[in-house]
Design a protein around this ligand. Structure first.
Ligand code: BES
Ligand code: ZN
Length: 590
């Protein structure tokens, strides 16, 4: 057999799925989605068709009411099971009837106590990278794209959403049925579903927000500038081809900051700060509408094509909307984070390459921000070589030329070479892509606002603590830069002092506390533990909680608490978070 993607059992020489009609019934008692799905193939298939599946309970498989033979004939902890449809004869469509497992990796079923309103349950999915297969059997590789329609039946008064265009809502007894269509072809990882006690509010002509009623007002204020962001993004990347751009605000256990599901970004509630301080997250997810959703990485080894390009676009849009000072500050901060993580992995680790050989690796566990920032720094160097004007023309041509396609790193490099050959003359492109670490062959970012932080840090290291006045007007990224650059171990009284002068309690920003708690733990501030435990039970964003678990594992006194705390909070976390954290603890022998 020919496998095209190390993370999928699909054999694309057999044929490709091109459309799926899904009829989904959500059972909040049993935590099961009961699904009937009609699949269409791009050309008639004879013989076998391999699909990815994970813990799917397949009940029936038919072609035009005639049963077809099937078997789960391979299985792997990481990849799930291979569903083998057998003896097909010129089949251009088939129907599967199945149920998802209550522990389907993509889904989180939240009891009402874990929602803002506290009265209704909530359901949401997270399919990237390889979890769509736990929702429905599919060729779960980003190199296959399909259009779809979906009907979702949920009990009243819940509202269901799908990352697609809503076309109709019907009543069916005690239930409501929400109907959607997605006429643009998407890869499986961009399929997304949510359901809960949701309300919708318009922001602009093509932007809006779904959220629980308790938080809709604050969300509407926080993200009021989304339309403006689309206008700026279009100037850089070309027309927005997905129709609407809405947000779904999730409960706190959502494992990411944001997920760029088409037409409907899924967002952590920790992004609502009351000061629009984290709207770069929206810029990022919105940019994915082009870099990722329109032009897609062919496999997860090419992940940097999605995230590096998106981070690059994010920095360009931020420069316009927030000004050069802020963009420069973020660039320095990003570079420092990049170094820190590369050092943790080891500068010569293959995980620090842009193209990551990932056969056998779990994309969730090897996830890091390296492809984001290293990818973005590489593209900035390309821009520098040819000048902004030519690079912008190249970017638009790339977006248009490859729209609704998936491509490998190598296909991208071919395109780059054809369009901007000087890049290959002036930069060691091969080194940037295939070699670990970070090349010296690049311009280092500098920032006036970062220099202010640096001054305070130097003084602190020399024995002088900053005053409240000195830090009072700091930008959010100055505070983050400061916390990031503090020594990992400081006197306990200074942990308290910094929380106080930086006004962290009032700011209530989980990103600040992610840094602060890691420092407190390493510094031996044992009395902080109950607060840390509360934080780890309340915040689901992995980027914020993993550094705290890592700090606990690395610190003698805290090490023994890590497993206990994890066990006490695991119920409130998403499957993916539980899996990744558990693995981290196991690797530490806990
Ligand atoms: N697509 C990613 C989230 C993701 C990546 C999910 C890999 C599963 C596997 C999303 O666009 C993202 O990058 N989110 C970041 C935000 C960003 C500003 C760094 C996050 O969630 O922290
Ligand atoms: Zn992203």
């Amino acid at each position: 057999m020919t496998r095209h993607d190390p993370h999928s059992y699909a054999d694309l020489s057999q044929g490709r799925i091109k459309h799926i009609d899904l009829r989904i019934k959500a059972d909040f008692e049993t935590h099961i989605l009961n699904i009937e799905a009609d699949y269409q193939l791009d050309e008639p298939v004879s013989g076998s068709l391999f699909l990815d599946a994970s813990r799917i309970k397949l009940e029936e498989a038919h072609i035009d009411n005639e049963p077809i033979k099937w078997e789960f004939d391979e299985q792997d902890d990481l990849l799930g099971e291979r569903l083998h449809l057998k003896g097909l004869e010129d089949a251009s469509s088939f129907t599967l009837t199945f149920a998802t497992a209550p522990e389907a990796r993509a889904l989180q079923w939240l009891p009402s106590v874990q929602t803002a309103g506290g009265e209704h349950p909530f359901l949401f999915s997270q399919c990237q990278a390889i979890h769509a297969r736990s929702l429905f059997p599919c060729q779960d590789t980003p190199s296959v794209r399909f259009t779809f329609s979906a009907e979702v039946e949920v009990p009243k008064p819940l509202t269901a959403v799908i990352a697609a265009e809503q076309v109709e809502v019907d009543e069916r007894g005690e239930s409501r049925v929400f109907k959607f269509k997605m006429p643009q072809p998407i890869p499986s990882y961009l399929f997304a579903i949510g359901a809960g006690n949701l309300v919708f509010r318009e922001l602009g002509p093509r932007t809006g927000i779904y959220a629980e009623p308790e938080i809709i007002e604050s969300a509407v204020w926080e993200f009021a500038e989304n339309e403006e962001k689309i206008i700026e993004a279009e100037k850089l990347l070309g027309p927005y081809l997905w129709g609407r751009y809405d947000l779904l605000i999730l409960p706190p256990s959502f494992p990411y900051g944001g997920m760029e599901n088409p037409r409907l970004t899924f967002l952590t509630p920790t992004a609502i700060l009351g000061n629009r301080g984290q709207t770069a997250l929206i810029t990022h997810e919105l940019a994915h509408a082009w870099t990722g959703n329109l032009v897609t990485n062919a496999t997860w080894e090419d992940f940097w094509l999605n995230e590096g390009w998106t981070t690059y676009a994010e920095t360009r849009i931020t420069e316009i909307l927030d000004g050069k000072d802020v963009a420069d500050l973020m660039a320095v901060y990003d570079e420092r984070r990049l170094f820190e993580i590369m050092e943790r992995f080891g500068m010569d680790s293959p995980l620090t390459c842009l193209k990551v050989p990932s056969e056998g690796r779990d994309p969730d566990s090897t996830f890091s921000i390296i492809p984001y920032y290293k990818g973005s720094f590489f593209l900035k160097e390309c821009e520098h070589v040819v000048g902004r004007e030519r690079f912008d023309a190249f970017t638009k041509k790339y977006m248009e030329g490859f729209q609704f396609q998936s491509l490998t790193t190598e296909a991208f490099l071919d395109f780059l070479k054809g369009e901007l050959p000087e890049v290959f003359e002036k930069l060691n492109v091969h080194g940037w892509i295939y070699k670990p670490g970070l090349s010296d062959e690049r311009r280092r970012p500098t920032s006036r606002l970062y220099d202010e932080v640096q001054e305070v840090l130097v003084a602190y290291k020399n024995g002088t603590r900053p005053t409240k006045e000195q830090v009072a007007d700091w930008h959010r990224y100055q505070i983050l830069s400061f916390l990031e650059a503090l020594p990992k171990q400081i006197p306990i009284k200074d942990c308290k002092y910094f929380e106080e002068i930086l006004d962290l309690k009032n700011k209530n920003d989980a990103n600040h506390y992610s840094f602060l708690y890691a420092i407190c733990i390493t510094s031996g501030y044992e009395e902080i533990l109950p607060r840390v435990e509360e934080f780890l039970g309340k915040i689901g964003r992995m980027l914020y909680i993993m550094p705290i678990f890592r700090a606990m594992i690395a610190t003698d006194w805290a090490k023994d608490h890590a497993r206990r705390i994890f066990e006490s909070v695991r119920e409130s976390h998403h499957q993916i978070t539980v899996h990744v954290t558990n693995k981290l603890l196991e690797e530490a022998g806990l």
